[in-house]
Design a protein around this ligand. Structure first.
Ligand code: CA
Length: 235
């Protein structure tokens, strides 16, 4: 198979690097290994991988800077894998342009699932322009052209703000969208960083969409970080 996805893993701890590489290869991916940020960046721009798995604590450069450098030139998905667990740290990396975040230690099943998610999201962006007219997952449909939302065929009435939130999340489905970026997108650049208004709207959205808002099917909370909408179904 020549069309295997290429995953670049940037990680300075050899045992972890080899562990990740082995499991990715077992799952059918091609793996590029870099033990330092500089090598990783070189490979990123010369080899054009499909996803980067990035450790933050690297000997020659902080992962945060790596994310920024990649983002200057490319939109390719970055999955951060780190021992840093604070919300502040996660928000910082996601705001810099990371697509997802995993905390060490992690299981290989989770790693593979998140990589698939990154690839799915990437593919959707690639084909989205012009052809993307809706979101579909489970019983939920969003028709962007008609501005219609339906659940199991029944139209759901939402306010204009709720609609904007749903559009934003569904167009980035599978990805964590931070509170900060949602607030800015919906309420403008001078939006207060107070999440209360977002929480109130989200509670209303969930009441309308979720059978059991305590165990959501469509919109998940990443505590202290933001929201993630369920990935769209394959069509
Ligand atoms: Ca490290």
């Amino acid at each position: 198979m020549e069309n295997k996805y290429k995953i670049l893993v940037i990680e300075d701890e050899k045992s972890i690097l080899n562990f990740i590489a082995k499991h990715l290869e077992l799952s059918g991916y091609r793996v590029l290994k870099a033990a330092a940020a500089k090598d990783g960046l070189l490979m990123c721009f010369s080899e054009c991988p499909d996803v980067i798995v990035l450790d933050l604590g690297l000997p020659d450069m902080d992962g945060y800077e790596v994310i920024q450098r990649v983002r200057e030139q490319s939109e390719l998905p970055i999955l951060v894998v780190s021992a840093r667990t604070t919300e502040q740290e996660k928000v910082k990396m996601l705001s810099a342009g990371a697509d997802d975040y995993m905390t060490k230690p992690f299981g290989t099943a989770e790693l593979i699932a998140r990589i698939r998610n990154c690839l799915k999201h990437q593919n959707r962006i690639g084909t989205a322009i012009g052809s993307e007219c809706g979101y579909r997952a489970g019983n939920l449909r969003i028709d962007y052209e008609k501005r219609l939302i339906s659940l199991a065929g029944e139209e759901i009435h939402v306010t204009p703000v709720e609609y904007k939130i749903l559009c934003s999340l569904s167009k980035q489905a599978g990805k964590v969208v931070t509170y900060h970026s949602l607030l800015k997108e919906i309420w403008g650049p001078y939006a207060d960083d107070d999440n209360k208004i977002l929480r109130v709207n989200m509670a209303n959205i969930r009441r309308k969409l979720e059978q059991n808002p305590g165990e959501p099917e469509y919109i998940f909370t990443e505590l202290g970080v933001g929201y993630r909408m369920r990935s769209a179904d394959e069509s």
